[in-house]
Design a protein. Structure first.
Length: 238
């Protein structure tokens, strides 16, 4: 263990790990039925897939899925570049350590602790890379499901059941994509560890506040909620 690894550093790391895992579990698995952006979009996707099954021409639907796949590919490629830079920094770790520790606003640390901080960023971006590639695979599965959908007209009962199935597959792909994008936010929190453990904890808390606000208290959530309620109201009339 590095000689300058203080108890506050361990507490900051545990807070970071708990915040990341806790937010992911709550957001992706425990918020079923709650009024947040991701839950609204599950409903939106179900209505989208039902409308897709009503259309003879599904080129627009393919283009929309393809656009999201391009975004996923972009983030995965960017992630690889970041990983290459971080791993490459180990080849000049002494120079990198000297530059960072000589900055006026960073905490002075041993080389061993500096390596641990860089390694943690590598782990975070590696996790993000696996999430992005898994999301891309799932988008390909969604394309197969959309391509296998029967031609219109589809009976209403069958259309609803099939729409829910395809929408759920699409939601799984989006969930993996969100997990990868979330790693960028928490990687920025890890970067704050270079300044000090207190800043690390503060940055982690700020990331939680930002992500929570965007999911539950943003103007975007309100707009999507209005559209979701309209779609559900129209569906109930039918």
């Amino acid at each position: 263990m590095p000689p300058d690894l203080a108890a506050l550093d361990l507490i900051a790391f545990l807070w970071f790990f708990t915040a990341w895992v806790g937010f992911t579990v709550i957001q992706d698995h425990l918020l079923s039925g709650h009024r947040v952006v991701n839950q609204h979009l599950k409903v939106i996707r179900r209505h989208w897939m039902e409308r897709m099954l009503e259309r003879d021409n599904r080129i627009m639907d393919s283009q929309l899925v393809g656009h999201t796949m391009q975004s996923c590919t972009f983030f995965a490629s960017t992630n690889m570049l970041i990983l290459a830079g971080l791993v490459g920094s180990f080849g000049a770790i002494e120079h990198a350590h000297e530059i960072i520790t000589n900055l006026s606003f960073t905490v002075k640390t041993s080389r061993q602790l500096f390596e641990i901080k860089i390694l943690l960023m590598v782990v975070v971006f590696t996790f993000g890379f696996f999430k992005f590639t898994w999301a891309l695979r799932q988008y390909n599965y969604c394309c197969a499901l959309i391509g296998s959908a029967p031609a219109a007209p589809v009976p209403a009962e069958e259309r609803r059941a099939m729409g829910e199935t395809i929408a759920e597959a699409l939601t799984l792909a989006v969930t993996a994509l969100n997990g990868g994008m979330r790693s960028y936010y928490f990687a920025l929190a890890v970067l704050a560890w270079m300044v000090g453990p207190l800043f690390f904890m503060l940055a982690t808390a700020i990331v939680l506040v930002v992500l929570t606000r965007r999911q539950a208290f943003s103007l975007t959530e309100k707009v999507i909620r209005v559209q979701t309620d309209r779609l559900e109201a129209k569906d109930s009339i039918k």
